[in-house]
Write a protein that binds this ligand. Structure first.
Ligand SMILES: [Zn+2]
Length: 339
């Protein structure tokens, strides 16, 4: 099979033949006039459960991953999963999965009784165990007035995982939780609500990525019930007001900002990209946040000779018309046309 078109982000005309699961440069171009991406990427999704508290269900996982695939999402990172099997092999029909272990939750943090419960003392060792497939996920804080995981505990956790060759994603949505995650040297801040902008240069320098998950917060804010706990409502609302300026400031400071939805239904990363644009990221950078930049960050190649044959084609330039990301014309995963 031949694939040709204009590749992003280079904007160069390219022509490939599919050789098994890989792309090879070809001299003969086909007639399809497509704009080509190396697939979309959702770096924050939890396939396998419908809602927090649910046990892992492999049929639900397959359905979620197929929903990602039919939206052109060919790579998914799951920072926290209910799947008790940490190193389940990839299913070739489904998008590539960067596994992030379970949600590592210390006392008083996370949905009660959910995730892998560990003491603060046990956290570093548990994080090393959970990062066997690459990533682990630490619940770094929880409610607005509760203390986050202490800095010395989080630092020891990040150091232990890095020494074992893994990476650490930290859930943080309080100012103090975000600060601890940055000072501990986490590899990614998930949510980052109430993040103090003075930490952004340090994030850029040490390579801590920011995954603002605007899709899920946008839904939460829309459904806020003002009759509920006023402190909680105010905390979410002020976090949301802070979110767009933080995305913009992070991008301008040189932080790697990435697209993650953290919500149902799966397959909505194009919506997260449009949120990033609305927050003030340049269109091309926002698309990269949900495609080539995210792939590179996960160690995957883009549209190059010898790269994986993961390609999504659109009939208009997504940089001119980001809405076209909702309507892929061609989806090729591991060399197979799927849509
Ligand atoms: Zn999440």
């Amino acid at each position: 099979m031949g694939i040709s078109g204009i590749a992003l982000p280079s904007r160069e005309p390219v022509s490939f033949v599919v050789d098994g699961e890989f792309l090879r440069t070809s001299d003969s171009s086909t007639s399809d006039d497509l704009w080509l991406l190396p697939g979309l990427v959702d770096v924050h999704s939890h396939p396998g459960i419908e809602a927090p508290g649910d046990p892992y269900d492999h049929e639900v996982f397959r359905r979620h991953m197929l929903a990602h695939r039919s939206a052109g999402v060919l790579t998914v990172r799951s920072p926290g999963s209910a799947d008790p099997v940490l190193d389940r092999p990839d299913d070739p029909d489904l998008p590539r999965l960067a596994r992030g272990g379970r949600w590592l939750a210390t006392p008083g943090r996370f949905f009660e009784g959910y995730g892998r419960r560990v003491t603060e003392e046990e956290l570093p060792r548990a994080a090393v165990e959970d990062s066997v497939s690459g990533w682990c996920k630490v619940i770094g804080d929880w409610m607005p007035d509760d203390p986050p995981v202490p800095l010395d505990v989080l630092t020891a956790t990040v150091e232990a995982v890095h020494a074992a060759g893994g990476r650490v994603a930290v859930h943080c949505q309080t100012a103090e939780g975000c600060r601890n995650a940055v000072l501990a040297g986490a590899d990614s801040l998930e949510h980052g609500m109430h993040l103090d902008h003075s930490l952004l240069p340090r994030m850029a320098a040490q390579g801590t990525a920011f995954v603002p998950t605007l899709t899920t917060f946008g839904k939460t804010v829309q459904n806020l019930d003002d009759s509920k706990n006023p402190r909680h409502v105010e905390w979410i609302r002020s976090g949301w007001e802070h979110a767009f300026p933080t995305v913009r400031a992070a991008y301008e400071a040189g932080v790697t900002v990435l697209a993650g939805t953290d919500t149902q239904p799966c397959g909505e990363v194009a919506r997260e990209i449009s949120w990033l644009i609305e927050a003030g990221m340049p269109v091309e950078a926002a698309i990269g946040a949900g495609s080539w930049t995210a792939r590179e960050w996960l160690g995957l190649p883009g549209l190059v000779d010898g790269g994986f044959a993961d390609v999504v084609g659109y009939d208009a330039d997504p940089v001119e018309d980001p809405d076209v990301l909702m309507r892929p014309k061609l989806i090729v995963l591991r060399g197979k046309v799927t849509g």
